[in-house]
Design a protein around this ligand. Sequence first.
Ligand code: ZN
Length: 406
Amino acid sequence: MDALLSSITERQPPLTETLVKLAQINSGTLNRAGVNQVGELLSKMFCARLNCHHQQHAVAASTQLRTDGSAEEHRLGDLHILSKRPDAPLQVLLTGHLDTVFPADSAFQRCQWLDDQTLQGPGVSDMKGGLLVMLEALSAFEQSPLTQRLGWTVILNPDEEIGSPGSAAILAQQAQQHDLGLIYEPALPNGQLAGERKGSGNFTALFTGVEAHAGREHHLGRNAICAMAEFITAVDQLNGRRDGVTLNIGVADGGETTNQVPDQARCRFNIRTRISADEQWCQQQLQIIQQQINSKEGISLTLHGSFGRPPKQLDQAHLALFQLVTECSGLLGAPLAWESTGGCCDGNNLSAAGLPNVDTLGVQGGHIHSHSEFIRLPSLVERAQLSAMILLRLAEQPDTWLRNRM
Ligand SMILES: [Zn+2]
């Protein structure tokens, strides 16, 4: 074990160098070419170091409704599946996303050293650093004498930052075929693990009114933006009414010019839930508001969207896995604890499919999703050692971790 862990320590310089290279390839979710470039680079690195099986899959496009109700399609990058020893008794699923929240035209494209241990850059923490942690941990594990007991699959998906619309089906299917999941999202800013996570849904409300000249025939118009304003106020007032449920209007647009009564408007909003019963409560409340708006003469409101990610709750199988991570981190010097968070990730998807998982095994850094995102560089080695130790411990007692899978 000690030899494996110290072999990872020596990898700090090349890890840092590779991270800078990966971070400086823009892979905003809708930058398909960039996401594919990162995916190809990484899958080549995985194959070269791990001698594993590689499959590349196209995923369904992401669609967004325009104000006029027509669908805007975005082709997403490819998803990569890398696997080894599918017949071993214990099957572990490791996942990480290739995309970032920074679009191709973002001002945030380059890495910058803040001090000799801190690197700022797009995606360094969320989660290109985590992808390298995964590779490093697997490489160390593959040197151990216990490999025959544990097979693994790595999924690199292209669309986590928009809620994994294209990869959700593959994640769910792969979850059925594995015993547990390890996900390489960054640790919480204090270094701890995320435990329970809120669920999330994205929705679009489309409003149609009646167009009219603002001066000559204002009385004949039915203003879609005003109807939307009422809707937005009503939705916002649901905040605070149910424990742990928040609703956020994030985008609103409509109309074309000031001298016309607008007949089209659109808003997009996100809902976070604490328990799965919250979803039904939200749907009922939205229906009530929708009926009120639709009872106005000349106005029509349609609602689109769904809860893509159910809340992640920790059952016994999850708790056992968290306990193992705490033990391993304790042996490495600092036992990690877990706390609940409002953020969600593919860990929600895997839990919903019945796969116990820990989803914050990536690096430690901060200010993710902002132009000051940074990574604490020693965490590349620390977290790779942690994951290597987790894999070794799993392989020591594979029977403990088996579950009834399909
Ligand atoms: Zn992430």
